[in-house]
Design a protein around this ligand. Structure first.
Ligand code: GLY
Length: 360
């Protein structure tokens, strides 16, 4: 089964895509390992806890439960878990295992990043979105009332253990939300992956192991390469934000309640593709292929009632907007993107309007 390495100036770590890898978690703990703290949610623990417990037989470990949900991705929960850790005897040799979706991974990673100024974390992502995106690359953090992920830290894990078999229990809507991030990888840098997704939709939805393992592995390979080139997102890593500038505006306008993150990214990729086509960066047949694949992996919840002007204003509040310059990642072909600032406001408005109408 494939293994990829992320190498940053400070560290290098493996990302494994392997059915059953959860049973091998013990092998990835450091030689001098104190008490292990598993950060998870009760529903994930119910599904996968026995496997982790069996893997940690003979180890001193405790489970820290997180309630789950974007609303709870807050510093207060990080503090509460840090107190639980210190009361349970954690020290600098302790290790966190973050087992769950993207929120658990981000919060558990952040807890590890700041506990006693930093202890190791192993990421065991259990949603498709976390497996192909959030768990790889060391971004950790929590939300503020004023915005998502406004506090956090880069804290690269010791290892990322991806078990595609756990996806069989994932609700279909969440599975689809992860597939949109894989489509993103195809559009930004991997035309053969895009072609595969276009031609093999049925196998992907039926979770045929060869198909699922391949698209996860392709995504992880790409993410590992990008992060190894640009850990702190000063250049190349920005391409991973394709669909995110528009997508974040949609999530924020709908108060994070109507769309899953992957669904908002799907809509955002549509708007970015329309903008690229309208401004002459992308030819019409390629744009049609991208929107065609987005449609075939849909639908996303309806955009009815969402105001284009409000969305356009939200773009200015995006974390990646610098000095009022909105940065868009726009496709120039399938498998290539460019980062552009200063797109004409009229073209941006038109792309938003068309994308809203497409998804009503
Ligand atoms: N999710 C985008 C990144 O990790 O940079």
């Amino acid at each position: 089964m494939p293994q990829f390495n992320v190498t940053t100036p400070q560290t290098s770590y493996p990302v494994l895509v392997e059915r059953g890898v959860i049973a091998r978690v013990n092998a990835f703990l450091p030689a001098k390992c104190g008490k292990v703290f598993i950060v998870t949610s009760r529903d994930v623990w119910q599904l996968h806890g026995t496997k982790l417990e069996a893997a940690l037989t003979g180890r001193d470990y405790a489970v820290l439960f997180f309630i789950g949900g974007e609303d709870n991705k807050r510093l207060a929960h990080v503090e509460r878990m840090a107190v639980e850790m210190s009361e349970a005897g954690a020290d600098r040799t302790s290790v966190v295992i973050a087992c769950g979706g993207g929120i658990v991974g981000d919060l558990g990673g952040f807890l590890a990043a700041i506990f006693m100024r930093g202890i190791p974390v192993i990421q065991v992502p259990t949603t498709l979105l976390a497996q192909v995106d959030a768990a790889v690359g060391g971004k950790t953090g929590a939300n503020l009332i004023s915005g998502k992920n406004l506090i956090g830290s880069f804290h690269q894990p010791l290892a990322v253990l991806i078990d595609p078999a756990v996806l069989s229990t994932l609700p279909e809507r969440e599975y689809r939300a992860g597939l949109y991030e894989i489509i993103k990888h195809g559009v930004i840098a991997d035309a053969p992956l895009f072609d595969f997704l276009e031609a093999n939709r049925e196998d992907v939805f039926a979770q045929v192991p060869d198909a699922v393992d391949r698209i996860i592995a392709d995504s992880v390979r790409l993410k590992a390469e990008v992060v190894s080139n640009d850990e702190k997102e000063s250049g190349l890593r920005r391409i991973l934000n394709f669909g995110h500038t528009f997508g974040h505006a949609l999530e924020s306008e709908t108060r994070y309640s109507r769309f899953l993150h992957g669904e908002a990214v799907s809509w955002g990729m549509r708007a970015a593709t329309l903008l690229a086509a309208d401004t002459g960066l992308l030819d019409a047949p390629s744009a049609a292929r991208i929107t065609g694949v987005l449609n075939s992996y849909g639908p996303i919840p309806s955009t009815t009632g969402i105001d284009a002007g409000a969305l356009q204003n939200n773009l200015l509040k995006d974390k990646k907007t610098i000095q009022k310059q909105v940065h868009f990642v726009l496709p120039t072909a399938i498998g290539t993107v460019t980062v552009q600032s200063g797109a004409p406001e009229g073209a941006v408005r038109e792309a938003i309007q068309k994308a809203l109408v497409d998804c009503q």
